[in-house]
Structures are given as C-alpha cells and as structure tokens.
Design a protein around this ligand. Structure first.
Ligand code: NAP
Length: 248
C-alpha cells in the first residue's frame, strides 16, 4: 500500500462512468493525487470494482455505485451516496457519456431522449446536487468533446448537440458558483483510445489524420488535464481541448 500526499489529500471525488476508459483513468489519477474516489457504472460492475481495488491499492478509499446518469433520480442520487460513503464531496467529474452517431434521418426519438438524458440532463442534475453539498474550493469538471468545436463529417448532429449544451452549462455554473469559491470547467477530448472509440476502429484513420499530432490520445492524457483543473483555483467557466490539435 502506498501513502499518497498529493494536492487532493483529504478530498472526495465522484467520477461518473469511472469504471472504464477516460473515467477509470481519471479516478486513478485523482486517487494518486490523494483523493478518495467514488465511481459510477451501469453495466460494467466488475470493471468498476476493479478500479475500486486499484484505488485502494494506492492507499485511498473507494466505492463503486451502480447509478444510471440517464435516470434523473440516480444521476442526482450518486452525489448523496458518495457523500454518505466517503464523508463529503469536493470534486465532481461528469464523465459518463454515450456516443450515438448516425444520419440525421435515422436517429430515433428514443436515441435523442437517451443521449440528451445521459449527456446533458444527467450532468445538469449531478452538478445541481453537487453544488448543494460542495464547500469553497469545490470543483466541477465535465467531459465534453472536440465535436463541440469541429464536426469532422456527417453523423454527429445528436452527439455534437448534446456536448455543446455543456458549454453553456459550464459558463453558467461558473457564474453562479463563483461567489462560493466553486469552479466549473469543461474538458474536450479529441480521439482517445477507449471502448467508445478504439484506435484500431473503422473510423480511426480519418480521426487520426485530423489531429496535428497524428495519433489518438490516451485516457491518461485526458485525466492529466482533469487533475490539473482540480488544482487550479483561479480557472473557471473555461474550455480545455485535449485533442492532439484536432481543433487547430
Ligand atoms: N473516447 C473518445 O474519443 C472521446 C472523445 C470525446 C469525448 N469523449 C467523452 O469522454 C467520456 C468518456 O468516454 P470514454 O471514451 O471513456 O467511453 P467508454 O470507454 O465507452 O466508457 C464510458 C463509461 O461511461 C459509463 N457510462 C455510460 N453510460 C452511462 C450512464 N448512463 N450512467 C453512468 N455511467 C455510464 C460506462 O459505464 P459501464 O462500464 O457501466 O457501461 C463507462 O464507464 C464520454 O463523456 C465521452 O462522450 C470521448
């Protein structure tokens, strides 16, 4: 067991969708900075519990909560459950997201509702619940997308619309919570190698070509930016691309 004394020592973080991909890398990175961490999952119970074990191996406390961000009660409820299990909440990372791409005419109403419920309403409700509990120094960090800045081709209407809503939400949260010393920021990953967007998938070559660095990013590279923002007390209402130059 490692003793951690980073800048988040004594703090509690909730990472939604923290069992896999960017969320898992973020949960582990925040634990390395000293945070106790809650992660939510829907289907990936084993993966989420594996993250818990890895956080505990770093010397921090951790809990995995089954909580569907697309369900209004569960999205907000994860915040209270985290506070009960770990003794408070200092950092909320709104990471859980679903990517549904397809021609405009083929997107069903159910798909529209599901994507907006998870990617927008769930973020709103978790942020609302977190704001009700956080003290001065609280951090709300949301994972957006490079598709808010540049939609590289057809098929992105629903996903880009959902992620773009987070820009307005983040700015408005910053204004509303700033007087209480709570910051809100938005991180836009470019193509990052995860289950959602594998670097060897059929769309990977086109995405790689659109980056200035000529490669996919790693989940750990996004997690680094999230960790930076947990330490950045005078940064709020801002957007940060971690996209290898996708928007350049
Ligand atoms: N990868 C990319 O290229 C990329 C680019 C831009 C933005 N993003 C954004 O980055 C975030 C993470 O993406 P990723 O690539 O790491 O995805 P991923 O590998 O597909 O992992 C998604 C994670 O979110 C969880 N999740 C999905 N729906 C959920 C729900 N309704 N409630 C709670 N948790 C839910 C999943 O949990 P289960 O294991 O239980 O299913 C999983 O832990 C998303 O917001 C995504 O839109 C990703």
């Amino acid at each position: 067991m490692t003793t951690t004394q980073g800048h988040l020592y004594g703090k509690v973080a909730l990472v939604t969708g923290g069992g896999r991909g960017i969320g898992a890398a973020t949960a582990l990175r925040l634990a390395r900075e000293g945070a106790d961490v809650a992660v939510t999952y829907v289907a990936g119970k084993e993966a989420a519990h594996d993250v818990v074990r890895r956080v505990e191996a770093l010397g921090q406390r951790a809990v995995a909560l089954r909580s569907d961000s697309g369900d209004p009660e569960e999205a907000a409820g994860a915040v209270g459950r985290t506070a009960e299990a770990l003794g408070g909440l200092d950092v909320l990372v709104n990471n859980a997201g679903v990517g549904v791409l397809g021609p405009l005419g083929e997107l069903s109403l159910a798909e529209v509702d599901r994507v907006l419920a998870v990617n927008v309403r769930g973020v709103f409700l978790a942020s609302q619940a977190a704001a009700g509990r956080m003290r001065e120094g609280g951090r709300i960090i949301t994972i957006g997308s490079c598709m808010t800045q540049r939609v590289p081709g057809p098929g992105g209407t629903l996903y880009a619309a959902s992620k773009s809503a987070l820009i307005g939400l983040t700015k408005a949260l910053a204004r509303e919570l700033g007087p209480r010393g709570i910051t809100a920021n938005l991180v836009h990953p470019g193509p990052v190698d995860t289950d959602m967007n594998p670097a060897d998938g059929p769309f990977a070559p086109g995405q790689t070509a659109m980056t200035a660095l000529g490669r996919f990013g790693t989940a750990e590279e996004v997690a680094s930016m999230v960790a930076c923002l947990t330490a950045a007390g005078y940064v709020t209402g801002a957007e940060f691309s971690v996209d290898g130059g996708h928007a350049a």
